[in-house]
Design a binder for this molecule. Sequence first.
Ligand code: FDA
Length: 389
Amino acid sequence: MTHDVIILGAGAAGLFCAATAARRGRRVLVLDHAERPGKKILISGGGRCNFTNLHTAPDRYLSENRHFARSALSRYTPADFIALVEAHGIAWHEKTLGQLFCDGSARQIVDMLMAECAAGGAEVRCNSPVDAVAREGDGFTVRSGAHVHSAPALVIATGGPAIPKIGATGLAYDLARQFGLKVVQPRPALVPLTLPPDGALFRELSGIAAPVEASCGKAAFREAALFTHRGLSGPAILQVSSYWKRGEAVRIDFLPDRAAGWLLEAKRQRPRAGLRSVLGEALPDRLATALAAQIGIVAEMGNASDKALRAAEARLAAWEFMPDGSEGFAKAEVTAGGISTAELSSQTMEARKRPGLYAIGEAVDVTGWLGGYNFQWAWASGHAAGQAV
Ligand code: FDA
């Protein structure tokens, strides 16, 4: 055996796993087909890497087994990662909703991970395609170009297919199937949703954002929504997109802070005002105009019946959009689904029926909310496997 552990993928989870295992004295080799490590980290968080979230908890992750992430998340927490970031002298700040970003650049996080790998003696080889993987004796061999590497432990950390143009692939699923592990149907998540042509009115609003509450089924998020020329985006929509399934409606409450009866109250106080101008006090003008026109109350509010205003209020609180799709893996921030958690130990990430084989990070059917949750899962699952290999 050339190494104790071979890790496929030098992304967030793979590098963190490598550093953790190498610090324990394991001989670690990381292989990645990209020309440099951590490419998604580099483009994350608008270049500042939203590296964790203070509110990390298992209920902020989607998975067929919603308890699966609990063990790893509890054994490597945001506080642990913050301590590491600080030990490397990286300045950070909380932007909003517990989301922590580098003050400087995402490159600092990649440099930190590479420094941690180097400190433990882990070897990270880029430009190394994974041509074939096989089980041999008690271990695994990996053929990469002219090289054949072998180790008793193999970690799948090649992520999911979101953003293929930077080198994301479905290799994790191919390997899972090769080794007989179930894969939960992968789908784009944290992704803009598209609207059919009859959503055209809203296309005219392309570029306009408003703070709303967007919901899909029981999942509801209070953040900004953005109208685009193809449909809906912005953090609130990206969040609900992870829960959305074809044929389901997405609802938007345009005025989530208004108490019931607020439009009747507005009518009493300002009977001469139009609905458009009342809405314009809380929403961007063009959006207020479009909503008032769709509702069909154009005259003074004093002339509208209470019934019509109650109906308008209800509609504004649950405006229904029927997306016809999403912008797909090309625009998705993550992949939902992946290697089934039923196949893995939640303590170690090892495949129950394939001793020595591990899967971590986005490759696994654990998908976090927007806001640093996915990196925290990468660190935590990488740590769990790094402790075990
Ligand atoms: P990751 O994708 O990081 O790494 C996989 C590695 O495997 C890559 O280096 C890739 O080159 C390699 N690989 C893939 N296929 C291979 C093959 N066939 N052969 C060899 N190597 C292969 N999350 C968050 O918490 N905060 C944030 O701010 C952001 N921001 C963000 C922005 C954008 C634009 C995107 C696309 C994503 C985010 N994310 C995020 C999500 C986050 O980047 C993602 O969840 C983690 O990077 C997942 O870590 P992994 O290590 O599992 O995969």
